[in-house]
Design a protein around this ligand. Structure first.
Ligand code: ZN
Ligand code: ZN
Length: 302
């Protein structure tokens, strides 16, 4: 069933060639199962889980609709299971996190602002240290720009967005050094976590050599759209915990409207429409319904 969820998530409607990235990321276990395991352990122990998201899209530099929805839905599921989710992001993204949580009907997760993009390496490192001093059970990135080989941050088209990005790579590197499990979701190769499949990104993705992220994580989920990857992890948590934790397609449309209302734009078209990566909201609703139906079927018949 986990493998079936993985397959559902990697339908490549954006035409980005995500299959080779999936193949490179896949080990023995389906990706959503590998990602869910440390998260469930953190929830069972009542630990903090840090989640980061927020991808600025030039020229308006507003955050894209991919990321905040998946992050809030995963945060809600983790809270249901006993974890204390904390969303770590740029102040510009925080209104979207709150708005999506309101639309989902959950208590908005605690948010912590990242050191702004112009911060020194020392400030960024000390932000990472103070976050990790909360002793999180896991650190998660969902559609978060990741540093490339030369340290710059890039859009899928290769545009340099370094001045817009609050670096979270040091947080993931430091978490790995401390033995804290790291999880990430990405859909294009330029996101935190893709360092684990960097050469596949360089070979198989348009502009791959320019945009490939160098920062790896312990458990990477590759998806056609990053929100779907987060929903797939929630589906895996549902199946493992025997509890229905996903929302519905109807609610997905409301989350998308709320994100757009709070300033998010489509990362592909740059427009303030209820769409993600150039894909209409109806498709995202269908993906959520299918995942939720799969979970309901499994949980009922067990
Ligand atoms: Zn992406
Ligand atoms: Zn995306």
């Amino acid at each position: 069933m986990f493998a079936a969820i993985d397959r559902q998530l990697t339908v490549d409607l954006g035409g980005r060639n995500v299959q080779p990235l999936y193949a490179a990321a896949r080990d023995d276990e389906p990706l959503v199962a590998a990602a869910a395991t440390p998260l469930l352990a953190a929830a069972d122990a009542g630990e903090t889980v840090l989640l980061t998201t927020g991808f600025p899209i030039p020229p308006s530099n507003e955050p894209e609709t991919d990321g905040p929805l998946g992050t809030v839905v995963l945060a809600g599921a983790l809270a249901d299971l006993g974890a204390a989710p904390v969303v770590v992001t740029e102040s510009r993204v925080e209104p979207a996190i709150t708005a999506v949580a309101d639309a989902l009907g959950i208590e908005p997760p605690e948010t912590v602002s990242l050191a702004p993009p112009e911060s020194s390496a020392e400030t960024t490192a000390s932000t990472a240290r103070s976050l990790l001093d909360r002793e999180p059970g896991a650190v998660v990135a969902i559609e978060k720009p990741g540093a490339t080989a030369d340290g710059s941050y890039r859009t899928a088209a290769g545009e340099d967005i370094t001045p817009l990005v609050a670096a979270v790579d040091p947080l993931f590197t430091a978490a790995r050094e401390r033995g804290i499990p790291t999880v990430a979701v990405g859909d294009g190769g330029n996101e935190v976590g893709m360092g684990g499949v960097q050469s596949a990104v360089e070979h198989h993705i348009d502009n791959g050599e320019t945009i490939a992220c160098r920062t790896p994580v312990d458990a990477l989920v590759v998806a056609g759209v990053s929100n779907w990857g987060a929903y797939g992890i929630v589906a895996a948590l549902s199946l493992t915990a025997g509890r229905e934790l996903l929302h519905t397609g109807g609610t997905e449309r409301e989350l998308l409207d709320a994100a757009v209302e709070a300033g998010c734009i489509d990362g592909v078209t740059g427009e303030a429409t209820p769409s993600v990566d150039g894909i209409h909201g109806a498709i995202h609703a269908d993906v959520v319904d299918l995942l939720a139906d799969i979970c309901a079927l499994e949980i009922d018949t067990d």
